[in-house]
Design a protein. Structure first.
Length: 178
């Protein structure tokens, strides 16, 4: 599939609208889900998706399949746009459900059964920890891909995830008592 996508991106670089439409169909949903989880705002998520897909069309020649998978490249663009938007709006929310087991929560959460308790706990996490969690558990990126999106080393991502899970667990335990 990676070779197929690289060929599709190459076609896009030469103005092939059908190839572009195929890539948009494949990648628009995951990018929108990521943007929605990061921004907590459907309109913002749609703006991010439009911008990422526009950049795919305009900058397809810049994609290097030897450096990253297409999904990583697109998530990196979405990541940067979301951070810019979050900083502008100072909204720091993501969506998860409220079970006590953090690993289970992150691996099996669904946007439709999110809880205010977890949203509040996540809003307390530092931005980088929250981003690492969303990219790993919601977007299904590997630690290496998350490291590339966030411009960090793999060990830094692992450390962020450990700290984020511990902090989230602590925040949820405190809110269970309250």
């Amino acid at each position: 599939m990676a070779g197929d996508e690289a060929a599709e991106v190459e076609r896009v670089a030469f103005g092939d609208r059908a190839a572009y439409a195929r890539l948009v169909t494949i990648h628009m949903g995951p990018i929108e889900a990521y943007a929605l989880r990061m921004s907590g705002n459907a309109a913002t998520a749609q703006d991010v998706v439009q911008e990422v897909m526009l950049r795919l069309w305009l900058k397809a020649e810049a994609f290097d399949s030897g450096k990253a998978r297409l999904t990583t490249w697109l998530h990196q663009m979405a990541h940067n746009l979301c951070l810019d938007q979050l900083r502008r709006e100072k909204q720091l929310t993501t969506l998860l459900d409220g079970r006590n087991d953090i690993e289970e929560t992150l691996l099996h959460s669904d946007m439709d059964d999110d809880s205010d308790q977890v949203l509040k706990a996540l809003s307390k996490l530092p931005e980088r920890q929250r981003n690492a969690l969303v990219l790993t558990y919601y977007q299904g990126l590997s630690n290496a891909e998350v490291a590339e999106v966030m411009d960090l080393g793999a060990r830094a991502v692992e450390s962020l995830l450990v700290r984020a899970r511990a902090s989230l667990r602590k925040y949820l335990e405190v809110s269970d008592v309250a």
